[in-house]
Design a protein around this ligand. Structure first.
Ligand code: PGA
Length: 256
């Protein structure tokens, strides 16, 4: 299976800054056959960057989109409008869930909307700090996974990527808030178990699982060696070109 390094730029960079970053990153990295490098800029930058990007080296992802293809939905951008512009879409990121109130019933339609428009969904799931403290991690992961995938058929599941992002470990500057590799391994194992229950054993080897939560150049090697982890979703550290490039190089070495 391929490895994945995804940079989630969140609400950062003007279109001009995003373009310069992309230009520089394309000059730094070769065309990796078995490592997929993906960046997720703001929606406004996607169309211009799609004309600039060398898709052999880097793919574009949307950070979000709306599940209906067209209609009276003021302010939204649809997956159908993004078709051909992006190859991937991050869906159900915890900031969408907890700041913008997205629920599993919205997220499952978004996953289906992406697939319908030939965009690979990167479905994010993860427990909050209090859910972990109350011992609810397994239930939350199960609910979010089953909820998010409920419109995905047996034939379509191979077109989905799952990202495990414990909410308590996102954008953390404190050592104690970093997820331990053993904690990541436990949840990755659980995700595989649930996928197996729903879609059968063969699928488990075909659905990539990424880890996200304060991944940087110093810890990426440890996360990528966790059994069952096929890549990383990087927020803050992806905004620094040199560090993102280091992460890509480490990923290439670790997952040979
Ligand atoms: P972080 O963000 O790397 O800054 O923790 C990850 C994410 O939110 O996807």
């Amino acid at each position: 299976m391929k490895s994945y390094v995804v940079g989630n730029w969140k609400l950062n960079f003007t279109v001009g800054e995003a373009s310069i970053y992309l230009h520089k990153l394309m000059r730094k990295i070769p065309n990796y056959r078995d490592l997929e490098v993906i960046v997720a800029p703001s929606t406004i930058a996607l169309q211009p960057l799609s004309l600039q990007v060398d898709r052999h080296k880097i793919k574009l992802a949307a950070q979000n989109a709306f599940y209906r293809d067209y209609g009276a939905f003021t302010g939204e951008t649809s997956f159908s409008q993004l078709r051909g512009i992006v190859d991937y879409a991050i869906i159900g990121h915890s900031e969408r869930r907890y700041i913008f109130g997205e629920r599993d019933k919205d997220i499952q339609k978004k996953v289906a909307g992406a697939i319908r428009n030939r965009i690979t969904p990167i479905l994010c799931i993860g427990e909050t700090e209090s859910e972990r403290a109350f011992g609810e991690t397994r239930d939350v992961i199960r609910d979010q996974l089953i909820g998010g995938l409920s419109e995905v058929s047996d034939d379509e599941i191979e077109k989905v990527i799952i990202a495990y992002e414990p909410v308590w470990a996102i954008s953390s500057t404190k050592m104690k808030k970093l997820a331990m590799p053993e904690e990541v391994a436990e949840v990755t194992g659980l995700i595989k178990e649930i996928l197996k229950e729903i879609y059968g054993g063969k699928v488990v080897e075909k659905v990539p699982i990424l880890f996200g939560g304060s991944v940087n150049a110093s810890n990426v090697g440890a996360y990528l060696t966790v059994p069952g982890v096929n890549g990383v979703l990087v927020g803050g550290a992806s905004l620094i070109l040199g560090e993102f490039n280091d992460i890509i190089e480490i990923a290439k070495r670790v997952r040979k």
